[in-house]
Design a protein around this ligand. Structure first.
Ligand code: UD1
Length: 432
């Protein structure tokens, strides 16, 4: 079991390049399956969720060729309709995009119920509602999802999502791209990665309009063709480094970003007293005064992202005054609170809110990553804390951050990936 060991208390300084967006890549990779041909995907982050999806495509008959570290060619010419491998599928959330992609290409899909980070019940009823409305018969039984277009092909229709869902919006876009006729998705999610998926599909010949608004219109096409596409920068990875700079009171230039995508994060950080200067494709983040309290409520885009909630809570744990963080997307996303308390934070969870009384400093402790973003938040806490922090279960963090520890080290962080108690001891001795 790998862990991070961190000697904290040092401000981060320097420049850091952001990788491609995880949540865009995990939909775009399955979308490549819809083409009887080759897609060249650039700026694919090297993270385990992306690797897992490519392995699943290989099991389905795709040929995958890594052109370089972040560019991959996916040839789905020989993909045939077959069962996706259960054991791989159930490990990640984004495997649900294979339902839409396979239904679109083959008119049938058999996948597992998706896995992923556990922050409470994560139903897929809106995905199923969408596929059913498009004319598929969907059955969930024994941990599997079986879907079949009733007359061999999906039909465009009007779908109103009862809940704003990133996953359901993207899955319906995938399936509807190759349905007969026109589909309208109402109350659609508006995240930047939805626009990215639509842009990719459009570059393959799809006809999708309105992505990024809450009404998306899709005219189904008979077939899609191969394309070359570059994934957008990861707004959550960028936000994570911005918070790391702020919590350690450093000065960091975060590059390869789309500042517009960061606005919900930027505006909250400014309220806390963090300085942020925006450039064309980078943001400089620095702290030269006290951090102050604010309240945060997670909301669908363009609201404050739930995927940044644990990280901003770390900054608030070090800010003057009492802040309230309210989680309105997922029911159980405060599992890091106990861990943060062990580092000296004053944080109390009541229902879907965390009440945080800022403290002057955190102290290193042994903590465990409960999920991807909470894990990243605990690393930030460790970087800001005095002394040594050990973060266990970093397998979660590796699902979504490319070279996390290397990137942090390039900013001056003292962080190492270790896999034994002996190595932790060595690190302790070395840093004194
Ligand atoms: C996706 C992201 C995840 C991110 C989340 C919110 C992937 C693989 N995962 O997750 O990183 O944290 O968006 O930005 O890209 N819901 C339903 N029924 C459904 C679908 C969702 O009730 O059929 C609910 C969920 O329980 C949640 C809310 O809708 O309360 C939003 O979920 P959704 O946007 O779908 O998130 P995920 O696709 O699970």
């Amino acid at each position: 079991m790998e862990k991070y060991v961190i000697n904290g208390g040092k401000p981060l300084y320097g420049e850091i390049d952001v990788s491609g967006a995880k949540n865009a890549a995990v939909a775009i990779i399955p979308a490549a399956l819809m083409v009887n041909g080759v897609c060249r995907l650039e700026n694919i982050p090297q993270i385990s969720d992306a690797d897992m999806l490519m392995t699943i495509l290989e099991h389905l008959g795709a040929k995958i060729r890594m052109v370089n570290r972040n560019t991959v060619e996916i040839d789905c010419t020989d993909v045939r309709y077959t069962d996706a491998p259960y054991d791989l599928m159930r490990r990640i959330r984004a495997s649900y995009y294979l339902i839409g992609a396979m239904l679109g290409r083959f008119g049938a899909a058999k996948t597992t119920m998706p896995g992923g980070c556990n922050f409470g019940v994560r139903p897929i009823d809106q995905h199923i509602k969408g596929m059913t409305a498009l004319g598929a018969d969907v059955e969930v039984t024994g941990g599997f999802v079986y879907a079949k277009a009733l007359d061999g092909k999906l039909h465009g229709t009007r779908i109103y999502l009862d809940k704003v869902s990133v996953g359901a919006t993207m899955n319906i876009i995938l399936a509807a791209s190759m349905a007969r006729g026109r589909t309208v998705i109402e109350n659609a999610a508006k995240e930047p990665h939805i626009v990215d998926l639509a842009n990719f599909l459009n570059s393959m010949g799809a006809e999708i309009m309105g992505a990024g608004t809450d009404v998306i219109k899709i005219r189904g096409v008979e077939r899609l063709h191969g394309a070359v596409y570059s994934v957008i920068p990861d707004q959550i990875e960028a936000g994570t480094f911005m918070i790391a700079a702020a919590a350690t009171k450093g000065d960091v230039l975060v590059t390869n970003v789309i500042p517009k995508h960061l606005e919900p994060i930027t505006s909250k950080m400014r309220k806390i007293g963090v300085n942020i200067e925006e450039f064309d494709d980078s943001v400089r983040v620095w702290v030269d005064g006290p951090l102050v309290r604010t309240n945060v409520k997670t909301m669908p885009h363009p609201g404050f992202p739930t995927d940044m909630q644990p990280q901003i809570a770390v900054t608030l744990a070090l800010a003057e005054g009492t802040s309230i963080v309210t989680e309105s997307i997922f029911e159980n996303r405060f599992k890091y609170a106990d861990e943060l308390s062990r580092m000296g934070a004053c944080i109390k969870v009541e229902g879907n809110s965390a009440i945080i009384d800022g403290v002057k400093k955190l102290t290193g402790a042994r903590v465990s990553a409960p999920d991807l973003r909470a894990g990243a938040a605990l690393v930030i806490a460790g970087l800001a804390a005095d002394g040594i922090t050990v973060v266990d279960d970093i397998v979660y963090i590796q699902r979504g951050y490319e070279n996390f520890e290397e990137k942090l080290r390039s900013l001056g962080a003292e962080i190492e990936k270790v896999s034994s108690e002996k190595e932790i001891q060595k690190f302790r001795l070395r840093v004194g």
